[in-house]
Design a binder for this molecule. Structure first.
Ligand code: XMP
Length: 327
């Protein structure tokens, strides 16, 4: 893979026509590569894996087996959208695994961010491999590798593992139909394939999901509060035209409480921290200015609608010195 090079003559895919031509070419290439064999894909619901899934469904239909592992750290409505779009609308061969309890049980009491990440990554591979073992006749593994992944692994910036590496003994041939594309091109192809706009243009979301935003040791009640507060933030950004203007925005909830007052009584709750940043490459980031009136409205909604939250604060720290995620 390290010697894959995008030809200089390859035109940037910026229109529906160019995307359609790419799709026709890839459908043929996939059919030739795969024949009548089965292909396995870990479908997170992120842009790259979703576009690869849609492309493969077009090329080989039910020969593609999509596995969606819900690790319990998805944002509100995300797994439901995967089931709706791929299971129902595209009639895919979709295996849905709700592994919430497995992940949350393993994470219980674990506060160290790096350990949390390792547990989430390791458990993901285990759940995915268990499913793969149950299937028969799968010879191919599809991955949403894109061109920046290849460039970064060449530069030694990032070890490139989309699935994170499967246990020894499980060998597949790889199907990586968008590996010469940049992210913007993947999006154009996704729309040409008929995927919903909000799925194709969604903001980046880290693999460990809300696990990096539910700070310290994750508890189910605080994770629930975080998911609800984050959903309100996303809804308000959507409604107020900020969704397309701000690169990444989310809520983080730390594991401490402060005193508040609700209905005339003492009300201890967690703070919801809002982060809204703009960046081009995520290496540095600036703070997006959000109108105060909207911040007041969001604060009012979160503190009234979300059980357990009694304050809303805004993080004004650029990267560096703050990273984008809180962890
Ligand atoms: P930081 O926090 O390092 O984040 O400033 C930079 C960008 O990377 C995203 N991020 C991840 N993306 N898997 C991913 O695919 C991960 O494990 C991961 N961790 C952080 C983060 O959301 C931000 O956009």
């Amino acid at each position: 893979m390290a010697d894959v090079v995008r030809p200089e003559t390859m035109e940037r895919i910026v229109t529906k026509e160019l995307a359609d031509a790419f799709i026709t070419e890839q459908v043929k290439a996939i059919q030739e590569q795969v024949g009548n064999k089965k292909v396995l894909l870990a479908l997170s619901g992120g842009v790259d894996s979703s576009v690869v899934a849609a492309l493969l469904i077009k090329a080989i239909g039910k020969q593609l087996v999509c596995v969606h592992v819900n690790h319990g750290l998805m944002r509100k409505g995300e797994s439901e959208q995967v089931i709706e779009v791929f299971g129902k609308q595209l009639d895919a061969n979709l295996i849905y695994i709700d592994a919430t309890d497995r992940f949350l049980d393993k994470l219980q009491g674990v506060a160290d961010p790096e350990r949390k990440r390792k547990i989430i990554g390791g458990e993901f591979i285990e759940v995915f491999a268990e499913e793969a073992e149950k299937l028969e006749g799968v010879e191919f593994l599809a991955q949403g590798t894109i061109y920046p992944d290849i460039l970064e692994s060449k530069d030694g910036v990032k070890a490139h593992h989309n699935v994170g590496g499967l246990p020894n003994g499980m060998t597949f041939q790889l199907v990586e139909p968008v590996m010469l594309l940049y992210k913007d091109e993947v999006r154009v192809v996704g729309e040409a394939l008929g995927l919903p706009h909000e799925m194709v243009y969604r903001q980046p979301f880290p693999g460990p999901g809300l696990g990096v935003r539910c700070l310290g040791a994750i508890t189910r009640d605080r994770l629930h509060a975080l998911r609800e507060a984050d959903a309100i933030l996303r809804e308000e950004f959507d409604k107020n035209g900020l969704a397309g203007k701000v690169w990444q925005y989310f809520v983080a909830v730390p594991d401490f409480k402060s005193v508040g007052v609700r209905d005339g009584k003492r009300y201890e709750g967690w703070p919801a921290i809002i982060r809204a940043v703009n960046t081009t490459d995520a290496m540095t980031a600036t703070i997006e200015e959000i109108p105060y009136a909207l911040l007041h409205h969001i604060t009012n909604r979160i503190t009234h609608e979300v059980e357990g939250i009694n304050r809303v604060v805004m993080d004004l720290t650029p990267k560096p010195i703050g990273t984008i995620e809180w962890e």
